[in-house]
Design a binder for this molecule. Structure first.
Ligand code: ZN
Length: 392
């Protein structure tokens, strides 16, 4: 409310005076127990006082709807750029873990060329501002655009780069007439070519058209997505690893890689299924007691889940070291990385409520590194104790 508006409403001053009188009157009349009537009066008086206090005593600059729309779009562009940059970065960090650990993935593999793309209409229900922001971030020119190419992947080896526009998949070519159909069914057609084992794309770069031929390679079939929230969190459902934007922004490359290896270990070890089965067994005990009219508050479900959670987190830490070693990464500093992560993000992070840092964790990781070293020196397979791999 501006000063001018306040002046126009100067009668509020009188209302205030009246309001205070009403409050005094309320206090005395309350004793007569006319509660409802005087509560209404009190409420009215309080609103009047609040309105008066709410009047600005200084002039602040006004923002026009046009200025607001421009700023809103700029902020969206910033968020989109940051989100796509981060997912491209994590895609790149995850790729070697997926590519070099197919022996650990126990039949859970797929073929891939290692690129990610996005289309001008990135999803249904987009507002005009969102569409304009996407158009400003990617130079779509109505075509789908590649935004991530994993280092060392077939797409990288074939020379594809971020910002290349995809203009043909096999013999199916983009035209102005089929643009929306092309964009919508691109992923499906690309997946079909990847499954067949030979991918031919045509791309546009700096006004030139190029044809690219790629042979997909086998990788662990674990997808990746970025959750656009600021909490520090990573989780998996066994088929997909979800990393929050907050975690991506906070952690450096080696910290992210350590967390990704841990999540991938949950996938390769089938932990999600095992946790569900264990909770199910606990629930059966709870229900058995319930049939005898005794409800223990789900204690067996909880106990079995908690016991499982401790053992699977320990197992994920142990196996993650082998996944890192097998993918060619140094494991000597991983215990220290977990220690630093705990120091840095414990109080801001829900990740460490589900993955508590403990002295035991540090010692387990240190001993695992020594175990891997010993196996390497003696020429043994670098495989977790008790695990037999199905070779490709
Ligand atoms: Zn975990």
């Amino acid at each position: 409310m501006s000063r001018q508006q306040c002046k126009e409403k100067s009668r509020l001053h009188n209302s205030i005076r009246v309001s205070f009188l009403q409050i005094v009157e309320f206090s005395s009349e309350l004793s007569k127990l006319n509660v409802i009537k005087y509560s209404v009066k009190l409420l009215f008086s309080c609103v009047t006082v609040a309105l008066y206090i709410g009047c600005a005593s200084i002039d602040v600059p006004r923002v026009t709807p046009q200025e607001l729309a421009v700023e809103r779009q700029l902020q969206l562009e910033h968020t989109l750029t940051e989100g796509f940059d981060q997912i491209a970065r994590i895609h790149n960090l995850l790729w070697p873990l997926l590519e070099r650990n197919t022996d650990f993935c126990r039949g859970m593999t797929t073929r891939s060329i290692g690129l990610r793309h996005t289309s001008p209409r990135g999803g249904s229900g987009q507002s005009a501002v969102e569409r304009r922001a996407r158009d400003a971030v990617f130079d779509f020119n109505e075509r789908p655009v590649i935004y991530a190419v994993a280092e060392g992947s077939p797409a990288d080896t074939a020379g594809l780069k971020p910002n290349d526009r995809i203009v043909a998949v096999g013999r199916w070519t983009w035209t102005a007439e089929n643009a929306s159909d092309f964009n919508r069914s691109l992923q499906r057609r690309l997946d079909a070519m990847v499954r067949r084992g030979d991918v031919v794309l045509a791309i546009e770069r700096d006004g030139e058209r190029m044809s690219i031929d790629m042979t997909p390679i086998r990788i662990c079939n674990v997808d990746l997505s970025l959750k656009p929230t600021l909490e520090v969190q990573a989780r998996t459902n066994g088929r997909e690893i979800v990393v929050t934007l907050g975690m991506a922004e906070r952690l450096d490359d080696e910290q992210i890689r350590t967390v990704l290896a841990h999540e991938l270990a949950h996938c390769t070890m089938g932990h999600i299924t095992r946790t569900s089965v264990n909770s199910g067994l606990g629930l059966m005990f709870d229900l058995a007691f319930l049939t005898q009219r005794v409800w223990l508050g789900g204690v067996f479900s909880r106990l079995s889940r908690d016991a499982m959670s401790i053992s699977i987190e320990r197992e994920a830490d142990y196996v993650s070291m082998y996944l890192l070693a097998n993918a060619g990464f140094d494991t000597s500093d991983r215990a220290q990385i977990w220690r630093e992560l705990a120091d840095e993000v414990t109080f801001r992070s829900s990740f460490f409520t589900t993955h508590p840092y403990s002295p035991e964790r540090y010692l387990l990781l240190t001993k695992t590194h020594d175990e891997i070293d010993r196996k390497r020196e003696s020429g043994e397979d670098v495989v977790p104790n008790g695990m037999r791999l199905r070779r490709r």
